[in-house]
Design a protein around this ligand. Sequence first.
Ligand code: PEP
Length: 252
Amino acid sequence: MRVLMIAGNWKMNTTISEAIELVGEMLPGLDEIDGVEKVICPPFISLAIVKELIKGSSIRLGAQNLYFEEKGAYTGEISPLMLADLCEFVIIGHSERRQYFNETGEIVNKKLRVALKVGLKPILCIGERLEENEAGRTEEVVTEQLGSSLAGIDYLGDLVIAYEPVWAIGTGKAATGKQSNETIGLIRSHIAKLYNESFAQEVRILYGGSVTADNIAEFVQQSEIDGALVGGASLKADQFLSIVKQTSEIAG
Ligand code: PEP
């Protein structure tokens, strides 16, 4: 049985005081919802204070990125060792990083390796662009991304995968539950080929892309979809609470 997960990616939003306020608004309601793993991923500079604020609660903490070296002369970067001290999860390979920061499959692979080495749980993002989708290349693109991201990695620990069609991120134009269920089924079959069937059945695969309180049910009702990575709607306490609450009700 895969435990459903809802992860909130705050992206480059919230000052430290806004992060404190947002956690204050979410915490009481979120803490009491069971049956769903609840993760929030604030910006790096707020991780330490948010860690204190959620201490003793059922809310888990994640970062949005990391560098692939453990330490050294890499001005401005954040190392996996720094994060392992602060949080449990780390988002790797988000399409915004691939698009704006030229993250290639090789870089994603290095980041995954180091995250697993220091005991962070990666949330690996993959997904096709609009033109790839329209050209019917979705399966080819996601399997290529899986292959390059996971190349040579034997042990994936508690890896979580987020299938995020790039055309659905931040656009208000979500995929349908049926479409994403099919693609996630393909991703799971590909994981079975790369690893084995039992791991493929265990690994959680989330949907991401314009998830809101109005459409979350359509996704988490699907047999292959194990929750959602939520961007914009995770910045609104009432929306995020409703997304988590509906997921918990569907999880039963
Ligand atoms: C994301 O950042 O991963 C995301 C899915 O964003 P949004 O929910 O805003 O589309």
